[in-house]
Design a binder for this molecule. Sequence first.
Ligand SMILES: Nc1ncnc2c1ncn2[C@@H]1O[C@H](COP(=O)(O)OP(=O)(O)O)[C@@H](O)[C@H]1O
Ligand SMILES: [Mg+2]
Length: 260
Amino acid sequence: MDFILRAQDLHLSFHGIQALAGVSFDLSPHEILGIIGPNGAGKTSVLNCINGFYHPQHGRIVYAGQEISFWPPHRRAQLGIARTFQNIALYPGMTVLDNIMTGRVIRMRAGVLACSVYAGPAHREHVTQRAIVEDIIDFLEIEEARHHRVADLPYGLQKKVELGRALAMEPRLLILDEPMAGMSLDEKMDMARYILELKEVRHLPMILIEHDMGVVMDLCDRIVVMDYGKVIAEGPPVSVQRNPDVIRAYIGQEVGTTQG
Ligand SMILES: Nc1ncnc2c1ncn2[C@@H]1O[C@H](COP(=O)(O)OP(=O)(O)O)[C@@H](O)[C@H]1O
Ligand SMILES: [Mg+2]
């Protein structure tokens, strides 16, 4: 398979607690890969290994043809790996616009300091950056909130702002950790629409952790199922849905057997 990202045999422990016990999967260049599994299965830890917050004790991350296992997060971000977080990680006291602007920092030529020193080029740079951010605000349809403090926004809107900041990084791989957690049905449908558009119009490969099975089945091309730090199943949504190991991991009981 042609792949943009390969996670290979990832092992990760925290003081004797094994979060990952040999996780491997590939992501192809135009797909949405879902990672599902019970709480504590190791899903977020996998994402942290991909973006560089965690370094696995064993195993490799290969991205766009190079091994990045030991690269720090900012270098991976410069390569185009952008993510959102399970627990929103925005600057609550800053406006929507400024929060999304922080995503631009890794792409700025002049740098933040230079902006305040040199009026000419820095001003032009600021105008360019601002235009990119305004495009993202248009795309996400959050024009009305752009001067509002993030802390004053409803939760669903904050999740959109987080997606906006990730998009401001000009991602070539987007990693979404429970982007719809805590959302209403309408907000989820809204978010699903943006995710599909990012896939179909911008051909952006994505890894999506999500608990809502309906959402996962609708959006994902392929699904990796994790339990206790391992991949227990992998495949297209329909086959994963029917896999007895998956059903067992999720509801803690066998379905479709005649035992007992
Ligand atoms: N920074 C950390 N320090 C200690 N334990 C951690 C840390 N991150 C994750 N873990 C542990 O690793 C396991 C997997 O966690 P996580 O990857 O967050 O699972 P999931 O996202 O599937 O719910 C859990 O037992 C969790 O407590
Ligand atoms: Mg998690």
